[in-house]
Each structure stands twice: as C-alpha cells, then as structure tokens.
Design a protein around this ligand. Structure first.
Ligand code: HDD
Length: 666
C-alpha cells in the first residue's frame, strides 16, 4: 500500500496513540487540563491563563468556509495502473508508462447541499481525482454525468444561486425541487439535456462505488510529435452503474444521512476496494467538425456507439484517510492542474473553470500557499520564485527569488519542452473579440431526446416521476408551465404526463424534436450486475434454526456479500453468529436484499415492514417461513418476481437475485 504519496504524508502524522504528555502548542507539558486558572476557587478566570486562551482560541477558529458547491463529500486514497502505453496519443508520463503505479486521491461529493446535508439527495455527484504523477499533479475534476447545465462559465454563479437554497429563507437543503432552480432551467434551455440526466436514476446513485465518472469537457492529448487528439475522459465502475429508487433515497436520508460516505469507508476497511477503469474517447483534430454537435459544447456527449470508449487503465481506492479535515476537507482540485501531454480545449465552460478553482481556495483555505498542505503537495520536487504569503510552510533558502538572475546561476530554470517542460498546444486562433455564443451551440434538444429515447421503460417512468415530483414542489404556476414548455421540445408524451400530474396546461403546439436515435450505452439497464459486497439483512421472526442459519450465512459470505442479523434484541447464538441490529436500530432501506426467517405464524409488524418495503423497492426478498400462510394478508406474494421462497428453492437462487439487484416487472 506504500507509495510516494503515503510516504510523503507520513511525515505529517501526529499520532496520539501510545503514551504522550499533554502539552500546549508550544510543547509545554501541562499539569492540569480541566480547570481554568482562577482568582480563588470561586473567583473569576485570570487573563494570564495562557493554556485556556490557547485552547479556546484554537477551538474558536476550527471552522473554515465550506466549498461554495460540492461542500459535502468524502475522499479516499488509491492508485492508478495503466494497461498499455498511450504514447500514440499523449506524452504524459503516467499515461505512457504501464510499469508505473500513480498514487491518487479521490473526492466524491454532492453539489447543492452544505457540508452537513444528506448523501442520498437527488443531485449531480462530483468525482474529482488527483493523480500524483512524477511530472506534477494532474486533476480530473469531473461529475457522474457527462454533460452540464450551462455552456458558458459566466452563467455559473447564476446557476448556482438558482439551485442553492433560496436566499430569503435558505430552503430547501440538498434539493433542487424548488422554484428558483426550475425557473433557471426553463429560462436557460441549454440545460434541457442535463436536466434529463438530473431527473434520471443517475442522480440517486446506490453507491459512489457504482457510478460512472466523466471529465465532461473536451480536452486535448498531445503526443511527442506534437500531434493532438480531442479527448473525453470516462471512469467505468467495475461493479456496474446502479441507483436507488426515489422513495428509498428519501427514506435513507433520514435513516442514515451518511449512507454513501459510510458505504465507501466500510468497503475500503473490509478490503472490498472500489475500482474504476479509465476510458478515453478520442477524436483526431482534423475530425473536429465531423459531428452533428459541436465538440466544444459541454451540454453534448459523444455517443459511445459513434466514438468508442478505449479502456486504458484501472484505478483502485484502497486506503481511507487518517483525518477527514486534513485530507478530504483541505483537498484542493483544479481542472487546470495538467501535465505535459494534456491540454485544454476552447470549451467556454472549461475556460472559466480554469480561473475559478484557484480563486476559491484563497478564501476557503486562507491564502496562496494551499499547495503546501500535505494532501495537495505534488510528489515530485517543486521549485520556483514564489515566496511568502499566509501560512508559508517552506523555508526557501538562498539570496535570489527572481528570474532571470545571475547570482544563483539563473536557477530554478525553465525546462525546454523536449526535456519535460510544459508547453501549451500551439493552436491557431483567428477571430473577432466578441461576447456571444456560437450558432453551433444552439441545438438544445437533440441529445436530451437521445438520452430519453435510450432509456429502458422503467427508467423513462422514473424520469417522468422525478419531473412530476420536482415541479410538483414548485409554488409558481408560471415556473411549472415554463418547465413543461421546455419538455414540450423534448418529448410531447413526457410533457403531457408531467403537465397532467402537476396541474398546468400543455402548450397547444407540439414542438417535439423528431428523432428516434438511441445510444444503448446511456441506459443503466445495460450495466454490469454482480453480488459483490452488497448488504443483506437477515431478519428473524422468532427463534431460527441455528445450524441452517449458520450455513446460509456462510454461503452469503462465500459470495463476498455482507450480512447483518436483525432481531427484536441484540443477542448472540455462538461466537461467530450474532444479532448485530434490532428492528429499531436499522431499516429495510439500508439493505440491498432481505432474507426473513420466521418460525412463527404471526409476522411481527416491524418484520412485515422489512418485507413490504423491500418488495416496494423492487429488491430481492427471500422468505423462509415455517407457516406458508403467514403472508396471506400481505400484498407480497411468495411467487412474485424476485421473491424467493426458501422452503422450495435453494439460497443460490436468492444470490442470483441479489446480483440482478432490482425486479422492475414486479
Ligand atoms: Fe466545479 C468544485 C466539478 C463547473 C467552480 N466542481 C467542484 C468539484 C467538482 C466540480 C467535482 C468538487 C471538487 C472537490 O471535491 O473538492 N464543476 C465540476 C464540473 C463542472 C463544473 C464537472 C462542469 C463540467 N465549477 C464549474 C464551473 C465553475 C466551477 C463552470 C466556475 C466557473 N467548482 C467550482 C468552484 C469549486 C468547484 C467554485 C467549489 C470548491 C472548489 O471549486 O474547490 O471553484
């Protein structure tokens, strides 16, 4: 697990484990830490109590501003391994040298909510990766959706103001179901494609481990000969792409607000290391204009059937942070952190991002030296003439801090491109200075339609339900009607159903864009399904047959499934077989599958809730009931899709069901 980054971070670890004297920050051992210094036992506290002042002052300043967006997140360490050299496309060392393992730090996040908000809200998820390469840090600061709401960064403050809690009452937290968001969407129709993703199941991932990542923008790769390819970056989760259902997501928000954070942490602690393959879509420069969309427009994806994704390597997350604040909270990502062989495109959203990310760290991390915070330091040497500033941690030795100099032999010196110095790609630009948008960015609806067409019917239904929910929460009839008018450009039937559900008129004229084009890669129905590391609840109703329970538990564990045994009270059958949760301390929403073992005719109410909720959320349900009529009055039928009657089928069939995940035809 050791690598250059872990070695570097070790120098900064301060471990309170073991025997240590309690000291002040000046290293002074203190004889007392519980009482302030007073004038008499019942008298006032004295000014000279430096220990009290130091402790309190530090505490008073423990908080830093949260991120303006993506405030809630979780991070982990890992590594990236390249499969084969990409020297035909790029000269980036970490993409051309398959024998190298590059340390990474990844932070996943929601966008809208503040640091203390819920994990399972309907939102875009951030997927930011810092590669600590030998040529400097490369940051791939992406999302779990391949497109964005706006085309030009100058609209980003407007977009964020609209989606964030409304300014007069700071409501709602962690939700886009409110008037200002939908007002913005309807008034900025370039958002049509992204809002379809946002209303799809992609916005309620089952786990950070089970979502795709996208660099979104078009970037450039440049090889040793100076040839360029346009590129889009993809992360493909080895476990497949999976989501929650909306009712489940909302309930989890109450039952376990840390659902995704905990899922990632526990998977890594158990050794179920999350993995993603890195994929590249490549377009040679001369094909820039060969598509029916502009490749600089961040509201457009490159359909994988037209531009295949080349799988080039794998990232594994294998270490949790030692300290959340020091590492996850202080991590500073920036799409402008590039290495030789990777460059930008003229995507106007990307261009604006290149300014914003350093700027925001100045207030969030308190000054220009945030690159010296251990998590942000490159693992290669770094030298320049930048000096001083708040929180300067480096002792720069020497007389000179300017370039060019003769006193220090003109060191540190720039490095020519052929020896690894970064050189910007020499793109020829010819244009008028102008504030405007290219006509090639004006097709807002084709890909919104492409996305909708590509979804399975259950996914389309979820999109309709999500629009109806979100717009149903809006107060302004005008905003609702405007949003329906936007949908009327994408799909008449969708607009019709949503209008109906939220009580606004459908526009008279049908403006639906006509296309039946599909991209199967966009549907989650076509993803990988595996049982690995899913969570199974074993719910007891009465005393179980312990040898049989042991056997089942072993079978589940052999399939790398996690299980919790749940009963009315915590107890233990033997050393390895324990009831770890009660009906009260956990909830059916928190599991991927439920197995109920009942030795009684009467199913207790909380157990019935486990059965019915699991059934309602389309999840696999196994029943081992001593009385076959115990569920006669419930709507759950023993022979329903994804319901496994363990009296006549083996537990292996249930495990296959767990791999499948959901039974939409229930
Ligand atoms: Fe951004 C954070 C991703 C557009 C300005 N952004 C941030 C993070 C992610 C993204 C993953 C969190 C990084 C972390 O975990 O610390 N942002 C995106 C993507 C975008 C995007 C994929 C569009 C394709 N962002 C975008 C624009 C701007 C910003 C257009 C401004 C011009 N983003 C920021 C920011 C943040 C940020 C305000 C907040 C905290 C931070 O940068 O470090 O600068």
């Amino acid at each position: 697990m050791e690598n250059k980054k872990t070695e570097q971070l070790k120098q900064y670890i301060n471990d309170n484990q073991g025997k240590h004297a309690l000291t002040t920050n000046q290293g002074l051992k203190m004889a007392q830490d519980e009482f302030s210094l007073k004038a008499g036992l019942r008298g006032p506290t004295l000014m000279e109590d430096f220990h009290f002042r130091e402790k309190m002052t530090h505490f008073d300043h423990e908080r830093i501003p949260e991120r303006i967006v993506h405030a809630r997140g979780v991070g982990a360490h890992g590594f990236f391994q390249l499969y084969e050299s990409l020297e035909a496309y790029t000269k980036a060392d970490f993409l051309t040298n398959p024998s190298k393992t590059t340390p990474v730090f990844v932070r996943f996040s929601t966008v809208q909510g503040s640091r203390g908000s819920n994990d399972t809200v309907r939102d875009v998820r951030g997927f930011a990766t810092k590669f600590y390469t030998d040529e400097g840090n490369y940051d791939l600061v992406g999302n779990n959706m391949p497109v964005f709401f706006i085309q030009d960064a100058i609209k980003f403050p407007d977009f964020v103001h609209a989606v964030k809690p409304e300014p007069h009452n700071e409501i709602p937290q962690g939700a886009s179901a409110h008037d200002t968001f939908w007002d913005f969407i309807a008034q900025n129709p370039e958002s049509a494609h992204m809002v379809m993703w946002h209303m799809s199941d992609r916005a309620i991932p089952r786990s950070y481990r089970m979502m795709e990542g996208f660099g979104v923008h078009t970037f450039r790769l440049i090889n040793d000969e100076g040839q360029a390819h346009f590129v889009k970056f993809h992360w493909k989760p080895v476990l497949g792409v999976h989501s929650l259902v909306w009712d489940e997501a909302q309930k989890i928000a109450g039952k376990n607000p840390d659902f995704h954070r905990q899922d990632l942490y526990e998977a890594i602690e158990k050794g179920d290391y999350p993995e993603w393959e890195l994929g590249l879509q490549l377009i040679p420069e001369e094909k820039e204009h060969a598509f029916d969309f502009d490749i600089l427009d961040p509201t457009k994806l490159w359909p994988e059937e037209e531009v295949p994704v080349k799988i080039v390597g794998k990232m594994t997350l294998n270490r949790n942070v030692d300290n959340f604040f020091a590492e996850t909270e202080q991590a500073a990502f920036h799409p402008g952190h590039v290495v030789p062989g990777i460059d930008f495109s003229n995507d106007p959203l990307l261009q604006g991002r290149l300014f914003s990310y350093t700027d925001t760290q100045l207030s969030r991390l308190g000054g220009p030296n945030f690159h010296q915070i251990p998590i942000n330091q490159p693992v290669c040497p770094f030298h320049n003439n930048q000096r001083e500033g708040m929180h300067q941690m480096t002792i720069h030795r020497g007389q000179t801090s300017y370039h060019r100099n003769s006193l220090n032999d003109n060191q540190p010196a720039p490095v020519p491109a052929e020896h690894g110095g970064y050189e910007h790609y020499q793109e020829k630009i010819d244009g008028q200075k102008i504030r405007g948008r290219s006509d090639s960015f004006l097709d807002f609806y084709s890909q919104a339609k492409l996305f909708f067409n590509s979804l399975a019917s259950f996914e389309q239904q979820h999109v309709k339900d999500a629009f109806s929910f979100e717009l149903g929460k809006c107060k302004s009839d005008m905003v609702k009607a405007n949003a329906v008018a936007l949908l009327n450009h994408i799909d008449r039937q969708l607009a019709q159903e949503v209008a109906d559900n939220i009580g606004v008129p459908l526009p008279k004229e049908n403006l639906e864009i006509q296309s039946d084009k599909k991209s199967p890669a966009l549907s989650m129905a076509n993803t990988i399904c595996k049982p690995d590391s899913k969570n199974v609840a074993i719910v007891l109703n009465g005393k179980p047959n312990v040898p049989l329970l042991s056997e089942w538990v072993q079978t589940l564990a052999n399939q790398r499934l996690n299980y919790s045994i749940i009963d009315k009270k915590i107890s233990r059958f033997d050393d390895s077989l324990k009831v770890t949760d009660t009906y009260d301390t956990t909830d059916p929403c928190l599991f991927d599958a439920v197995l109920v073992i009942s030795s009684e005719s009467l199913i207790q109410t909380p157990v019935l809730e486990f059965i019915e909720t699991t059934f309602k959320h389309y999840k696999p349900l196994a029943l081992a009931l001593s009385d076959p009529h115990a569920l006669d009055s419930s709507r759950v039928k023993l022979e329903g899709a994804g319901v496994f009657n363990l009296s006549d089928s083996a537990i292996e069939s249930f495990i296959k069901g767990i791999a499948q995940g959901r039974f939409w035809d229930r």
